[in-house]
Design a protein around this ligand. Structure first.
Ligand code: ADP
Ligand code: MG
Length: 325
């Protein structure tokens, strides 16, 4: 293929050696970075789970985001998809496109990436490195036992709708980054942490195996993401805005209506939204005692199609739902 300019970065191989090739951490990796492809020993009796997400500068993160945070978040958003499937991550590949190879940036990016990779005993097994506008694509591979994956399509009428953590913090973080709101010295770093270093809810996803009827991660706001469950499951839902979990910084920075709107429609929270049949609620509560992730019931699955929102006078942007009450 002819190109107008070389897409390979100079010193590409030493760059990979220096920043991405780590000592093997997993016994199931027969061959990692260095050959034309990686070789893995598969676990019999488990399903292979695969997810991919791309982050583009200026689209998925603001220009001038710290390299550490970009590396962290690129893996975190993929792990959030794994959490929403109830899956355990194991390996990942990295497609890295950047305008130039700059050592300091690469070191910080790699540090952010491997903070999470090491936490979940994941090994980087390959990738591709090219020149162009900054963009990061990660594909994560891992496992889930057969029939235990958390799908979007199996929510049933009467199931309770839960969300993990607090909602709207990343949206507030984005307002802080863009100078649209002033926060105090404790709130600001905390909401920036929520925006830039989302905590993938992997342990929660595993805990939900066998008891949740459906799950999704909240990347585009609760209303939009819950709607995906409703569509896939062919059901409707009621959500009570008064039950939405808000953090203290969100409550102090915004009016109740603004906080509600933020929690329902702002993206990037990477919490889980899941449904629990009423007969499994006591098991959920018992299992949650060993996990420090608060989970809150915010509504219920109903027969009537669409999403009914109660408990707020906030006028919401039309998101294509049947109606708001
Ligand atoms: P080829 O052109 O033959 O595909 P590459 O230069 O793309 O060779 O890759 C050489 C090796 O380095 C491969 O094992 C590849 O998976 C790995 N690699 C390339 N870029 C990355 C990256 N960004 N992260 C991890 N591994 C990478
Ligand atoms: Mg290649």
């Amino acid at each position: 293929m002819s190109r107008y300019q070389p897409d390979k970065l100079s010193g590409e191989f030493s760059l990979i050696e220096q920043f991405f090739k780590k000592t093997a951490t997993r016994a199931d990796v027969v061959l990692g970075i260095g050959d034309d492809a990686a070789l893995i020993t598969m676990s019999p009796g488990e399903l292979l789970v695969v997810a991919m997400d791309t982050l583009v500068e200026g689209v998925h993160f603001p220009v001038h985001t710290k390299a550490f945070d970009i590396g962290y978040k690129a893996l975190a958003v993929n792990l959030s998809d794994f959490a929403a499937m109830g899956a355990t991550p194991a390996w990942f590949t990295l497609g890295l496109t950047m305008p130039q190879a700059e050592n300091e940036w690469l070191q910080a990016f790699s540090d952010g990436l491997f903070v999470l990779a090491n936490r979940y005993n994941m090994q980087l097994i390959g990738g591709d490195t090219t020149r162009g506008p900054l963009s990061i694509t990660i594909q994560v591979h891992g496992f889930v036992p057969p029939h235990q994956a958390l799908l979007r399509s199996s929510a049933k009428v009467g199931d309770k709708i839960y969300v993990s953590g607090t909602l709207g913090d990343a949206g507030l973080g984005l307002l802080a980054v863009t100078g649209q709101c002033q926060l105090d010295n404790t709130s600001k770093p905390w909401v920036l942490q929520r925006l830039n270093r989302p905590e993938p809810r992997i342990e929660l996803g595993v805990l939900l195996r066998g008891i949740a009827s459906s799950a999704i991660d909240i990347s585009d706001g609760l209303l939009a993401d819950l709607q995906h469950i409703l569509t896939a499951s062919e059901v409707g839902a009621t959500v009570d805005a008064k039950l939405l979990p808000f953090s203290a910084p969100l409550k102090s920075a915004l009016s109740l209506n603004a906080a509600t709107k933020m929690a329902l429609t702002a993206g990037d929270d990477y919490e889980l939204c899941f449904t629990i049949p009423p007969e499994n609620e006591s098991t959920l509560i018992a299992r949650l005692k060993r996990l420090k992730v608060p989970c809150t019931c915010v509504g219920e699955i109903i027969d009537e199609a669409g999403l009914q929102l109660s408990g707020t006078s906030e006028a919401l942007p039309s998101l294509g739902y049947q109606h708001f009450t």
